[in-house]
Design a protein around this ligand. Sequence first.
Ligand SMILES: Nc1ncnc2c1ncn2[C@@H]1O[C@H](COP(=O)(O)OP(=O)(O)OP(=O)(O)O)[C@@H](O)[C@H]1O
Length: 569
Amino acid sequence: MIRLLLRVLGQQYASPLRRAVALMVAAAVLEGISYALVLPVLRGLLGPTPDSAWPWIAVFAGTVVAYAVLRYVADLTGFRVGAALLRGTYRRLGDHLTALPIGWFTPSRVGEVSVLAGRGVLQAMSAVAHLLGPLISATLTPATVAVVITFVDWRIGVAAIVAAPLIGAVHVWTERSTAAGDTERIAREQEATARVVEFLHAQPVLRAGDRNAERFEILDRSLRDLETASRRTTLRTIPGAIALTTIVQTAFVCTMVLAVHVALSGDLRVPDVLAVLLLATLGADPLLSLNEIGGRIRGARTVLIGIDDVLETRPLPVAPCPRTPVRHDLELNAVTLRAGGRTIIDDLSLTVPDGHRLALVGPSGAGKSTILKLLARFSDVDGGAVHIGGTDLRDIDPVTLMAQFSIVFQDVYLFDGTIEQNIHLARPDATHAEVRAAATAAQLDDVIERLPDGWSTVVGEGGAFLSGGERQRVSIARALLKNAPVVLLDEVTSALDPLSDAAVHHGIDRLCNGRTVVMAAHRVHSVRDADQIAFIDHGHVVEQGTHAELMLLNGRYAEYWAMSDPIDV
Ligand SMILES: Nc1ncnc2c1ncn2[C@@H]1O[C@H](COP(=O)(O)OP(=O)(O)OP(=O)(O)O)[C@@H](O)[C@H]1O
């Protein structure tokens, strides 16, 4: 577990962790020694001069006080190390996540990482803070007691010590038999969490379609699966729990029987017999708690394996000598992309000269949004290359690359802050006046006027207090403020009222002015003025040209145009 923890977090935590473990070991041994002092106390008390017990009672009291202080320091150190590990895990995970390709963040991965980063990390780190000490105590205190018994009578000591390898074997066996179950239970837990979130998010749709019962059945099934997986894991731990209890009780009974037998044969005095019986009782008790501690440590271990898996995911490679593009023409050269076992973009080539507008048109699922994502290197291509200003995206530093693009996609995410804070994100060094100018250019002024607290209105998590068209306008304001040379635009698909639609398109026109633009268009009227239009289907360019050229060709684009809503045209 500690090795895994250090692999996840890095070796810089090795020495504080070792210090905490050393203190916990010292506390556990001192606890065992304090129990062992029962022996001289009883020998004195039950001997010819009971007063001789007093010095030992004083030593016993001193040891108990020293143990209490050491335990406190050890627990405090464990707690501090746990807190430092918690911060370290969040930082490591955060740093790593920001380096992962944007394409990695699918909804299911986001759900998985949310569970890990939320409850998971806390669970794993509280194991260090709260369980490492009890685990060390539960093993080392009985071991110290067994060594002391060996000094009293080696035969009884050996009977007690024999239990140790058996307990170790049971622990390893339980670990192995429950490992697969633990992994399955965590997977079911993540699945159930995702279904609960989905059920809550989908309430408006489900109620409108009277589909709550049907969808609840899916949620209920995933909760039942979780229950089954949890029951299966619990059942798998039962044999280990029974075996551990049996071994501990058998060793305890053997120690007692042997102690009585040795005493009856005259080899052991009464105080020593009493001390051995007392020590055996004190040693057996913590061993029985190993089951519960082991179960919780196993849970923490499974979480650490999950975090390790995320950290093992390779970020996109960064060129050793990154280059900075000086022009902003774009080129997709024989690009192929595969995902989910199929080819999404197939040997596709396109060029956009600096300052020109390319519109991508085609049926749903043709690959238009994917092309936009490849241009911003959300993921790397499987074949071919993407260039900006003649430079392969893979040769450009990720921060420099992202600085080239203003991205306006459909799923606009707003943070739970004010509109101003949300726009400011695009360029933190922008002045207040620049932010306001971007908002005005994106036609946000009338939206802000309508909000209860104007500019200071908090927009809610994900921008929930704004409409789709309003969120889109905030996104355009961000892009305007960023003022990047290339604009990637995924046109909003949901229908907006004519006023909002006009406002969004006015903002888009301002944004595109004088820049290199690639736009995935869902409505034909918005592409008519593009310098080039590419009709995409099944990840291929089927036709390419200006609106007039494509209409003359009388092919797929012309057919698409004819079918489009006359209001669009
Ligand atoms: N990570 C992925 N794994 C598997 N399939 C994917 C992935 N990303 C995209 N796809 C698939 O690739 C295809 C192209 O998707 P894309 O979003 O680019 O289409 P689109 O032309 O933009 O569609 P729309 O007009 O509906 O937005 C779709 O069939 C989509 O399901």
